[in-house]
Design a protein around this ligand. Sequence first.
Ligand code: NAD
Length: 492
Amino acid sequence: MSNQAPVLPKSLPGAAIIGDAALAASDGATLETVNPATGRRLGLLPACDVADVDKAVAAARATFEAGHWRNLAPRARGRMLLKLADAMEAHAEELAVLETLDSGKPISDTRAIDLPLTITSLRYYGEAVDKIYGEVGPGGHGKLSYAVHDPLGVIGAIVPWNFPLLMAMWKIAPAIAMGNSMVLKPSELTSLSILRVAELALEVGIPAGVLNVITGYGHTAGAALALHNDVEMITFTGSGPVGRQLMRYSADSNLKRVSLELGGKSPHIVLADAPDLDAAAEAAAWGIFYNQGQVCTAGSRLLVQREIHDDFVARVIKVAETIVPGDPLDPATRLGAVVSEKQMQSVLTRIARAQQDGAGLRLGGAQVRKDSGGYFLSPTVFDTVSNDSALAREEVFGPVLAVIPFDTPDDALRLANDTDYGLASGVWTGNVNTAHRFARDLRAGMVWVNGWDACDVTMPFGGFKQSGFGRDRSLHALYKYADLKSVTISFS
Ligand code: NAD
C-alpha cells in the first residue's frame, strides 16, 4: 500500500447483513457513527434489537441445519476463506480508509498493520482447516472408537472498537472454517469495515447465513444475542464488566459457552542489563502509544530498574516527544484520535486522578488539536507511580504510561504479578537465565523477551486471571469452535 492521500468512499455501508439481505432495524431505529478525528457524523446504522437478533440467529441456524456449509469438505470451506482474503486484498485500500474514518486510527496503521494482519489471519485459517485431525481410541477387538471435532452450531461474536476488523477476524475465520455459522455484533462505534467484509463474503460465494453482522448497542443487540437460547457460544473481546455480564447471560439462558478476551495492565520490565536501551525505549514508548494507547496488550506499566531509571525514562520521553497526534487521513501521521469523546473524557479523568494521587507528570496530559473538533490526546508519561495507585491497577485504554521504579529482579516479578490482570508481559535483559526465569514466573498469557507485542496469528492470544479465558489465534482457536464427539462402532 502507498503513501498516497486516501480517496474517500462515495458511500458507506449502512445496513445490517442478515442472510443475503442488507436490512434496516425492524423498528427503523438508527444509531449515529462518528468520525473521531472531526467529531462529525459519518452516517447512520441500524440500531438492531431483539427482533433483528432473532432474525439473524434464525438465518445462521437455517444455514447450519441445511448443512451446505458445515458438510462441505474442510478444504472447500478453506478455499472460500482464501477467496474472501483475496477479495479483501483487492479492497484493502477501501477497507483501510473505512477503518480510519470510523476509528480514528492513522491510515498508515490501517494500511500497513490492520489490513495485512486481518487478511493473514483469514488465510491462516483457510489453509489450516484441512489439517485438523480427530483421534482413534485404543478400542480393542471388535470395536472402533474415534473422536471428531464437530462444529458447535451458531456462534455469537461481540467485539470492541480498538481493532474492529482484526478482532472480528480472529473470531470469524476459525469459527466459520470449522463449519459454524456466526452472528457478529461489532462495536456501535466502529461497524463500517466489517459490514463491508460481510458484503464481500456474500460476493465471493460464502453461503448466506454463514456470516451475519448486526449493528447496534451492547445493552440491546449485544444482550439479546448473549441471552439467545439458540446460540451455542458467545465469543467476546472487550471489557471486564461486560465479560462478567456475558457469563450471567449464559447462566440465565441456555448455558452457552463463553470465551472472554478482556483487558490488561501489562508490565513492561527493563532490567539494568538490557542489551540495547535505545531499542527498549523505542519499544516502551510504542508499546503504550501505538493505536492511541487503545490496545488490550499495551505495556501500560513500565517497570524500570532504579540504577538506570533516570537515563531510561529520559530516552522514553525523547521517543514520546516525536509521537505527535495528527490527522489520521494524512499518511505521515503516526498517532490518531481516540475513538470517542466519551473515551477521551474517561482518559482525561484518569489523568487528573493520577495527579491527585501524587504521580509525577513528565509529559503530555491534555487534549490537543481541539480546533479539529476531534478527540486527540498527547502521549502522556507519569513517573514514580505507586503500583497500588488507580493508574497502575485500572485499565486506562489511552496513551498514558505509568513508570514504576524497582530495585531487584525479585521486586520486578512481584510488582509485575501484583495485578488482577494477566494478558501480556515483557522483559528486557541480556542474561539468558534471567530471560527464562521471567518467562516462567510472569503470570500472563504472553511473555515477550527483548521486544514488545510480537503479534502473530500462529501463536495463541489470551490472558490469565481476570484478562479472560479461551484463546484467539493459532490452531487452538479452531478447537474452541468445535465440540469433541466420541464415536464407538462395534463390529464383532
Ligand atoms: P466494551 O466491553 O464496552 O464493549 C465491547 C463490546 O461489547 C461492544 O460491541 C459492545 O457493544 C458490547 N457490549 C457492551 N455491553 C454489552 C452487554 N451488556 N451485553 C452484550 N454486549 C455488550 O469494550 P470496548 O469499550 O468496546 O473496548 C475496550 C475494552 O476491550 C478494553 O477493556 C480492552 O482491554 C478490551 N479489549 C480486550 C482485548 C483482548 O483481546 N483481550 C482486545 C481488545 C480490547
